[in-house]
Design a protein around this ligand. Structure first.
Ligand SMILES: [Ca+2]
Ligand SMILES: [Ca+2]
Ligand SMILES: [Ca+2]
Length: 227
């Protein structure tokens, strides 16, 4: 008898749960992955690298190499010679770049750990260049790739000419996306529209601050797939 009462109670409870849990509730509980997130994107997150200069990276799966270059703009608006692509640790900012901090107590709760910056000089201490420039990732060793998204850090109000641009064969521009100006330490995930046929990704940090060229910030978590 005891068992029978229990099974009746269980049936009543399951009926209650079934009735009380309509489709909307189920959707809320299991949020749908955004378009493309169900695919196995390769991700460049820079976590396998120490702080310092670098000229190529691999994805966290070892896909690559992807050639990396950073052109540094100078205070007079011209570009310096040399590749200034630098790995920066956002947990322990160097070069007075606390606006590139992420981790515990980040205002939006992001932890990007290692990111890519344009260094302000050729010294080995990571130090973000305040006058802007262009970071380039060249995927052409793999033929072409599809770009899903990237994450940008610390794009300030006065850096309002900052763009992500994707290029394919014959240097044709396939996508141009303006970065949002969200201020110090801000993190934004930039949708790259699952653009295929990409050979090169360029991120240009550009603006004007008190009459001087401006553009600082970092990139991370570039999600792509070989075509
Ligand atoms: Ca700095
Ligand atoms: Ca990272
Ligand atoms: Ca800043």
């Amino acid at each position: 008898m005891k068992n029978k009462y229990l099974s009746v109670a269980a049936l009543a409870l399951s009926t209650f749960l079934f009735v009380g849990c309509d489709d909307e509730d189920i959707k809320d509980f299991f949020p749908k992955p955004s378009d493309g997130d169900s695919k196995n994107w390769d991700i460049i997150n820079f976590e396998m690298y120490k702080t310092g200069f670098l000229t190529e990276v691999k994805s966290s799966n070892g896909t690559g190499p992807i050639m990396v270059n950073a052109m540094r703009r100078q205070s007079n608006g011209t570009y310096a010679n040399g590749n200034h692509a630098m790995i920066f640790n956002t947990h322990t900012p160097t070069g007075d770049d606390t606006d590139l901090f992420t981790g515990i107590h980040h205002p939006q709760g992001y932890d990007l750990s290692k990111v890519l910056i344009i260094n302000q000089d050729m010294n080995s201490t990571p130090n973000d260049n305040q006058y802007g420039g262009t970071m380039t990732l060249d995927f052409s060793s793999m033929g072409t790739v599809t770009l899903h998204e990237l994450t940008a850090l610390d794009i300030d109000k006065y850096e309002n000419m900052s763009y992500v641009r994707l290029y394919g064969a014959n240097n044709r521009m396939l996508l141009e996306k303006k970065l949002m100006n969200m201020g110090n330490n801000s993190v934004q995930v930039v949708d790259l529209g699952n653009t295929s046929g990409v050979m090169r990704l360029e991120v240009t940090l550009d603006g004007t601050n008190n009459g001087m060229p401006a553009g600082s910030g970092a990139i991370d978590n570039i999600k792509f797939m070989k075509d």
